[in-house]
Write a protein that binds this ligand. Structure first.
Ligand code: CA
Length: 436
């Protein structure tokens, strides 16, 4: 899902709330919530819509017809202030889209290793293209930095990650996709709220229904905002009176900047620092719940790069994207701001490294454990079931390695005398299968 065609952000909060113990409502006050949330897992880029339990999938078609559902929804939309003409224009010819339901129900069995994900995200093409666009849009980015106090490199990196700089925005009717999800999907409340927000956007005149295109989950335009995020954070920056995140790169970049600003962005600060860990380091510190000032990490022997001065008092967590055998990072407040955009540590790391790469920085010094493959979904479920059977309380066996599962892994690793990095490996699963 993180290949060139854009993933949509903005679903992320709802998306992984249950698994990652992030607070569930997100669009309103991102800044405060980012600060307290644990870091999400790394190997699983966040799904873009709320994760619905598998058993909630309807076995049969909904009890009412689409047109009956639409008539009910029309009454509700009109009662909430949508005018009849807007509604009828938006819904003209709209039928359920089976491809949306299929996309909603697909759960990939295999996960790409984080290093492959990062290599795709930080491709030479994307770096060159981003550099060219930074030069091309200098004046606009100057003005955006001035107004929103968000650095241009991560902004352009997000633009590249979300829509390949506006080249892949999704080609599905947002009204149709959201109507499908509201009518037949497993997350009717989410889709319902997004659909109402989409109608508000149409009523406001920002975009015509036929041009309101996006991903199967309703993520729209160059920023891949879902409609509620659009309504709270999209801005008209080129001054034509419309917030056009589809066709105006100035509007799109400024809207993303506005969202990062609201998520607590701190201009001039990095998001993630590559660090070296000392021999004998206690990997149990690599836990998104643990935040210490950079100076305290240094006191534990964590070594920063020579250019990373002046951050001693900044709170940071230690991130090991591939466990103790891979590179280590201290992640700062801006990392958490990026997570508000898309709640995946892989994504936030990619944005951070890609933004640095535009400046000829961001080269990784550590090496990845390329001989390890990520556990498949069914292996992750088995791992959780085995940890539970052995009394380690990993939480629900949902195949998502969240905070509870990582804690359970850590305790088990400690019992084995292994490095307690909380990272799920095949070796660990084999150990559990052996019943030791
Ligand atoms: Ca505009």
């Amino acid at each position: 899902m993180f290949d060139a065609p854009a993933p949509g952000p903005m679903f992320r909060c709802l998306a992984v709330a249950s698994a990652l113990s992030l607070l569930s409502s997100c669009a309103d006050t991102p800044a405060q919530k980012a600060a307290s949330a644990p870091l999400p897992q790394v190997s699983q880029p966040a799904p873009k819509v709320p994760v619905a339990p598998a058993q909630a999938a309807p076995a049969v078609m909904p009890a009412i017809s689409f047109s009956a559902w639409r008539d009910d929804f029309r009454r509700e939309a009109l009662a909430s202030g949508i005018d009849a003409a807007t509604f009828d224009r938006a819904f003209a010819g709209i039928t359920p889209d089976p491809s949306v339901i299929n996309a909603d129900r697909s759960q990939p069995e295999f996960t790409r290793p984080v290093w492959e994900y990062l290599e795709g995200a930080i491709s030479p093409y994307r770096v060159r293209k981003g550099q060219a666009l930074l030069a091309e849009h200098t004046a606009t980015l100057d003005a955006i930095e001035q107004r929103f106090s968000v650095d241009r490199e991560p902004l352009v990196a997000i633009w590249g990650m979300e829509s390949s700089f506006g080249q892949f925005m999704g080609d599905k009717s947002v009204i149709r996709s959201l109507a499908t999800l509201a009518y037949e999907g497993r997350r009717p409340a989410f889709a319902h709220a997004q659909l109402l927000a989409a109608l508000q956007i149409l009523q406001h005149g920002d975009i015509q229904p036929g041009s309101m295109l996006g991903s199967w989950a309703g993520a729209m335009g160059q920023t891949q905002f879902i409609p509620t995020t659009y309504n709270s954070h999209a801005v008209d920056f080129d001054g034509d009176g419309r917030r056009d995140i589809w066709n105006s790169s100035a509007d799109a970049l400024a809207s993303a900047a506005h969202y990062l600003q609201a998520s607590g962005w701190r201009k001039g600060q990095p998001a993630a620092l590559q660090v070296q860990l000392p021999q004998g380091f206690d990997y149990a510190h690599a836990d998104g719940d643990i935040r210490k000032p950079v100076s305290q990490w240094q006191a534990l022997g964590v070594q920063l790069g020579p250019q990373d001065n002046g951050l001693a008092g900044e709170p940071a967590s230690l991130l090991l994207p591939a466990g103790h055998r891979g590179p280590a990072f201290l992640v700062l407040d801006n990392f958490r701001a990026i997570l508000k955009y898309n709640n995946s540590s892989s994504y936030a790391l990619a944005v951070s490294l890609l933004g640095e790469r535009f400046d000829e920085r961001g080269q990784l010094t550590g090496s990845w454990p390329r001989d390890e493959r990520p556990l498949s979904r069914s292996e992750r479920v088995e791992l959780q079931e085995s940890l539970a059977a052995a009394g380690y309380n990993p939480g629900a066996a949902d195949g998502i390695i969240g905070a509870n599962t990582r804690k359970a892994i850590r305790v088990y690793q400690q019992r084995l005398g292994w490095p307690a990095d909380g990272y799920p490996t095949l070796e660990l699963l084999r150990q559990l299968r052996g019943g030791r």
